[in-house]
Every structure is written in structure tokens, then in C-alpha cells.
Design a protein around this ligand. Sequence first.
Ligand code: ATP
Ligand code: MG
Ligand code: FE
Length: 336
Amino acid sequence: QWIMGIETSCDETSVAIVKNGREIASNVVASQIESHKRFGGVVPEIASRHHVEQITIVLEEALNQANISFADLDAITVTEGPGLVGALLIGVNAAKAVAFAHGIPLIGVHHIAGHIYANRLVAEMEFPLLSLVVSGGHTELVFMKEHGHFEVIGETRDDAAGEAYDKVARTLSLPYPGGPHIDRLAQEGEPIIPLPRAWLEEGSYDFSFSGLKSAVINTVHNAEQRGEKISPEDLAASFQQSVIDVLVTKTVNAVQEYKVKQVLLAGGVAANKGLRAALQEVFENSTDIQLIIPPLSLCTDNAAMIAAAGSILFEKGIRSTMALNANPGLDISIHN
Ligand code: ATP
Ligand code: MG
Ligand code: FE
């Protein structure tokens, strides 16, 4: 079984070929970070234009690297949402064109389902499982009792974890995207600056990071006003510790309540060294719970994860029609 994945939801143009849902034959990612950097964030119109320019090149490169042709493909899977509508449209229309021209089944995939299924490229999924999704636009705990069943048991009420990382990085004058820079600084500092942790109501699996983000910004501004120098390393370490404490504690609580067999880390912030280490430490001695963490290249946006999720839909017989459209607000819980 050969599945093509196409991902254009944000600022990465990516096409991948995945064999049997688990083996990456190719995973080509053209990043636009350099073009968005000077604006300090992703500019939707620029993202769309880059996708248009890149999609055909990336698609051909993915087929070349996998050493297959269109005739070998069993399905074209594509991110239909959520994401930037103009960016999504490029991928969806490329997928429809290829599917129509070559008579290949077309399957729309949820972007966050893709992030979760990146883990299937590492190890076989065993249910029930819990996924901690931490990305640029999402922070949620997703319970899965079987393939295609996504129950969001907690989510952020304001900023996503990645968003908080990027905003804090901006306050420290670090380049976009700031997550990796904060991560690097945090390794060199000590978490000695007091910052809040938003636990919310007893038993809640929801998250909130805007208070923490504001506390970091206030700490920097207050220090500036007093003419004091604050250590960016210590501030990064303190911020990162606060984020990790809440993410890990809520994940552990949910693991206990939902009695899951696996914990899957997913999304761009899954690339965070501190978070990876903290989760590994918590679950390393557990005999009944398996922790899966994708390699860095599968944490941030890529099309192999879309093909991995799409492969399950393909096996279930789920197909999209030529009426498939970009859906920037696509809900994961109603996705098959
Ligand atoms: P979504 O998946 O919610 O639609 P997105 O696709 O834009 O959003 P991803 O590509 O999954 O987001 O992740 C990008 C985010 O990951 C950015 O906010 C970036 O700063 C963050 N990130 C990447 N590497 C790290 C790291 N090492 N530590 C912390 N954050 C990181
Ligand atoms: Mg991105
Ligand atoms: Fe993403």
C-alpha cells in the first residue's frame, strides 16, 4: 500500500510517500521560515504564494525520492484543516488535481490527527491511548479508544503552548519561530524566577498559558524599568519549567484516570528537549504504559504524518469526493 500525503496548512509545503501506513519512503518539506522571519510570524498571503510556487516541485521530488510513479499510488491524502484557509486550499487543490488526473482515491485528513499519527511512524499504536498535542495553534489532551476516535478531554482556553513560546521569545528579541531558541536558552539557565502555573479547577484537563506569558513580559518590563538586567537563560528556563510542570502533571493525571496503554507526544512543541526529557523521566520505569515520542523531523509540520493518518482512513474505506474543500475550523472529534 502506497499513500501520498500532502500538507500545506501553515508555512511548510510538504509531500510524502508512506508505505503500509508506517514506513516513510520520502518526506520532502520546504519550509518558508526565512520568508516570514522578518515579520515575526507567518503572513498568510505570503504563505499561500510560497505554497503555489513549491507544491509541484515538492510533489515531484517526493515521488522521485520514493522511486515510484502516480500509477503506484493507492490514495492521495491531504490536510483539509485546520489551518490557514489560503494555504490549505493549495494542498487540497493539488490533491484533487492529481487524484482526478490519475484516477486515484482522495482522502481529506485532519491536521492534528496527522500530528498524533506521526507516532505510528515510530511504533504501532495500542489502544486505549492518550496523546498530548502541543503545537503552534493547539494544546490538548486527546483520548483515543480506537483508530479514528478522537476525544478531546482538555484543551487550552487561551494561548497554545507554541504560541506562548513564540510570544515569550519575541519579548526576549529572539527570532521567529522562538520555541527552539527558548529551548536552547533554557538548557543554559536555572528555573529560579518565580512564575505562575495555571492549574485551573480541580480535575480539569484544560490549559491556560496567557497568564504565564503576561507574567514573563511583566518580569522583563519591570526589570527594565528598575534598570536591572535579567538573565534570558534563567527566564527561559523558568518559563519552560512552568509550561512543562503543567503539561506533564495533567498528562499523568489523565493517564491514571483513563487507564491508557500508551502516551503519544505530538505537535511542534514535542520537539522541546525539556518536555521530552520530563516525560521520559516520568514514564521510564512504567511497565504498563509505553511513551512514544517522534523524532524532531516528525514533530513539526510534515506530510508523512498526514499519510500515516490517511492510511487508516484508506483501510476503513473512507473517501472524499471532488467536493473536498479547505476547512480552517475542522473539528477533530467528528473526524473518522
Ligand atoms: P497547528 O499544528 O496547531 O496547526 P502549527 O502547525 O503552526 O500549528 P507546528 O508546526 O506543529 O505548529 O509547531 C510549530 C510550533 O512549535 C511553533 O510555535 C514553534 O515555536 C514550536 N516549537 C518548535 N520546536 C520547539 C522547541 N524545541 N521547543 C518549543 N517549541 C518548539
Ligand atoms: Mg510551521
Ligand atoms: Fe502543525
